[in-house]
Design a protein around this ligand. Structure first.
Ligand code: MN
Ligand code: MN
Length: 471
């Protein structure tokens, strides 16, 4: 009698705040990792830059190019660290396990593309004594958020001579920035009557890139010419080279700490570079795993994962086939099928952190919270779980045990209220190959905004969780 409190403690569960649970030593680790994470974000603001940053760090850690091993027919052995780059836009890291690949892999998979504004193939025009770029946005953005803020231009142009020129304008302290204008409130009467989704249209996202003429009174389109002249001087470009290019407009500037306690980070592109960073750090600390550890950093998730650098591509299966061939010298499709069927995957993507300013969009009891650790998400999808993976309870239990046994503070999380909207990840793609997959990542505030916010505590717990999964 009267032991209800004990019973309650025994039976009920509440997810804990990471900061309240960790000691000083671990808090220091959280902040150190946060500093490194900010640098990672600054180094990779496009999928290409991010893939190259991961490649660079992997090479420093002793990873070797799979192509070299294939060319030399080098047999692969446990402990070998291998990377496979796909067209400079997606990259996969492997640490070969003691068990043969046929027995399956431990994969953590994220994506390194992020919502942004791409240039159209014929972008440049002038109007009213200014030069602008036409754009076509990429992924799910709220268009009104991208006006009246400093913007940068990143990307690659392949010139007529075949040479690729990498471009980054707007990040250096001395660089100019680019800009999308909005109408002043004084004259916004018509705009104010529109819905927030229609207030700025897709064809309104024209980027201001110049305002000085070049030429004399007989010169046509002097403002456009001046921009072309500058692009030619610096990069050797002509107008038609912009057709064979991938140029992306992203918010200018570096990642910053948020709050007087510096507990959070605001930056562009944290969906999904936060999970990419966390599992990159995790796999870098894996040396002799029992099962082969794999880090997948994929492209094109924000537009449906199609294409040769997206998760629907056969690229990953092709490179696993190469590895099996190097390991066994008798590759067969059966070995590949077995390997995938025995594989376990954490689909490392962000979730929506509960936002008290928009509480009505969430169902609080099943929401993830910034600061409560890595999120284990059974299903995503929309309108009755449409398009989701819906992980098996048995596999979720396996992951839960790994986290609990390794002091990983975790929570669960559903993406908002039922029928409020929804979203997807790459989880179903590997699950379709018969692997066990669950979504597992960092909760984010203001997801898909030009700046997104994460808790350093969650970044750390994600890293810790992914590492425990690999071991
Ligand atoms: Mn994502
Ligand atoms: Mn996204």
């Amino acid at each position: 009698m009267g032991n209800y409190k004990e019973l309650q403690e025994q039976l009920t569960h509440t997810y804990k705040n990471v900061w309240s649970e960790i000691d000083e030593v671990e808090t220091k680790k959280v902040f150190d990792l946060g500093d490194e994470y900010k640098l990672f974000l600054d180094a990779g603001k496009t999928e290409r830059e991010c893939a190259r940053e991961i490649q660079k760090q992997a090479i420093e850690k002793g990873y070797v190019d799979l192509n070299t091993l294939v060319e030399n027919k080098t047999p692969i052995k446990p402990g070998m660290k291998i990377y496979a780059m796909n067209r400079d836009k997606a990259i996969v890291l492997f640490v070969i396990g003691e068990e043969p690949l046929e027995k399956g892999m431990q994969i953590v998979g994220s994506h390194i593309d992020a919502p942004r504004i791409d240039l159209k193939p014929v972008p440049l025009y002038e109007s009213s004594d200014m030069a602008f770029l036409k754009t076509h946005y990429y992924g799910g953005i709220k268009k009104y958020q991208w006006t009246s803020m400093p913007l940068a231009l990143h990307g690659a142009v392949v010139r007529k001579d075949g040479e690729r020129v990498d471009i980054s304008i707007g990040e250096d302290e001395n660089d100019p920035i680019l800009f999308i204008t909005d109408i002043l409130p004084h004259l916004a009467k018509d705009q104010y009557t529109k819905t927030i989704g229609e207030a700025i249209g897709g064809e309104d996202l024209n980027v201001l890139i110049g305002s000085m003429p070049h030429g004399d009174k007989d010169t046509k389109e002097q403002f456009k010419l001046n921009v072309l002249r500058l692009l030619n001087e610096k990069y050797g470009l002509q107008e038609n080279d912009l057709v064979t290019a991938e140029l992306e407009i992203v918010p200018a500037g570096k990642a910053k700490c948020v709050g007087l306690d510096r507990g959070m980070i605001a930056a562009y592109g944290q969906d999904d570079r936060v999970c990419a960073f966390a599992h990159m750090k995790a796999i870098f600390e894996i040396d002799q795993p029992k099962r082969t550890a794999v880090g997948m950093f994929m492209d094109k998730e924000e537009v449906g994962s199609q294409g040769n650098t997206g998760s629907q591509s056969s690229f990953f299966y092709d490179i696993v086939a190469e590895l099996i061939n190097l390991q066994t010298e008798k590759y067969s499709d059966l070995l590949l099928r077995r390997s995938l069927g025995n594989t376990k995957v954490l689909s490392a993507d962000v979730g929506a952190a509960f936002d008290p300013n928009y509480a009505g969009a969430y169902e609080k009891q099943n929401s993830g919270f910034a600061g409560k650790g890595i999120q284990l998400v059974k299903y995503t999808g929309a309108r009755g779980k449409g398009g989701c993976n819906d992980a098996n309870a048995e596999f979720m239990a396996e992951v839960r045990k790994i986290f609990d046994d390794n002091n990983v503070i975790w929570q669960t999380g559903e993406l908002g209220k039922v029928d409020q909207g929804g979203g997807g990840t790459i989880a179903y793609l590997l699950a379709n190959q018969n692997a066990d997959v669950v979504d597992c990542g960092v909760p984010v505030l203001c997801m898909h905004g030009p700046y997104e916010v994460t808790s350093k505590a969650d970044v750390y717990m994600a890293y810790k969780g992914y590492k425990a999964f690999y071991l």
